[in-house]
Design a protein around this ligand. Structure first.
Ligand code: PAF
Length: 281
């Protein structure tokens, strides 16, 4: 696996790959790779001639300095995992390389940026869009792979590519879960064994919501989810929303949309976890 740290080197190398007529699949990550990331690499390998992974802990998408500082960084074991998956190129730039000057770009994604993650992590998606647009312009992939766990991020990135006519196909990939249902996330590393066990409540709740959707009203379901998490001593529900799959508009009745997703954010101690389940599509 080739490892490159500068934009100039990556551009030069990938220009040659493209000039040979090879298609490039891209998996952008912030490292601390787990099975979820590796499933994206595998998907990219299936559909492209050449696979690039980036590892860059993007400072401008963190709205909390402490969160940025403690974000897991495990480059040596990440490299081993990528080699095992036969990833072709790792792009691993420094913060100075990506942001020689502060980037003040302001995107306007409209309503999808105003709910859920957008509401509780102001500026987060602007920072994601800044780095993803930069990365797309450096790598120029034919396809880019994103996990459905960060569903709102996927909607925003899809909108970014549409708004700026970026010639890249966004490929959503399924959520990969631990045996107990907990969605894989780099942040799971911060959970103790007992917290991991308790965190299974998140997916159990989402599955229950899916079974009950259509039978109970949206407000009844939301109330029951809030009640359930109130009982927990260790977990704190930040939001639970039932929204349109495409506009992310929160719904009050089932008849407002045919495509509906339930999204949740929960704190276990200081660790913030998100998950979702598609209810109708
Ligand atoms: O999902 C992530 O890991 C990050 O938000 C991304 C897309 C790599 C941008 O930094």
């Amino acid at each position: 696996m080739k490892i490159l740290n500068t934009i100039k080197e990556a551009r030069g190398y990938l220009n040659e790959i493209r000039s040979k007529g090879l298609s490039i699949g891209f998996v952008p990550t912030m490292g601390a790779l787990h099975e979820g990331h590796l499933s994206l690499i595998r998907e990219a390998k299936k559909e492209n001639d050449f696979v690039v992974c980036s590892i860059f802990v993007n400072p401008v998408q963190f709205n909390n300095e402490a969160d940025l500082k403690k974000y897991p960084r495990e480059i040596e074991s990440d490299i081993k995992k990528l080699k095992k998956e036969k990833c072709d190129l790792l792009f691993h730039p420094s913060a100075e390389e990506m942001y020689p000057e502060p980037d003040n770009t302001k995107f306007d994604f409209g309503d999808p940026d105003k709910v859920m993650e957008g509401k509780f992590r102001p500026g987060h998606f602007n920072g994601v869009a800044v780095v993803v647009k930069k990365l797309f312009e450096i790598i120029e992939p034919a396809r880019a792979y994103f996990g459905l766990k960060d569903y709102q991020q996927l909607v925003i990135i899809h909108k970014l590519t549409k708004d700026y006519n970026l010639p890249v196909e966004i490929v959503p990939c399924p959520i990969i879960r631990e045996e107990n249902g907990l969605a894989m996330s780099s942040r799971n590393e911060f959970l103790s064994e007992s917290e991991k066990k308790q965190a299974s409540l998140i997916y159990l709740t989402l599955k229950r919501v899916k079974i009950q959707s259509g039978f109970a009203t949206i407000s009844e379901l939301k109330e029951s989810v809030f009640r359930q998490f109130k009982k927990s001593k260790t977990m704190k529900l930040e939001y639970f929303e039932i929204v349109d799959l495409y506009s992310l508009k929160p719904l009050r009745t089932w008849t407002e949309s045919n495509n509906i997703i339930a999204c949740i954010a929960v704190y276990i101690g200081k660790v913030r976890l998100i998950d979702n389940i598609i209810l109708f599509s």
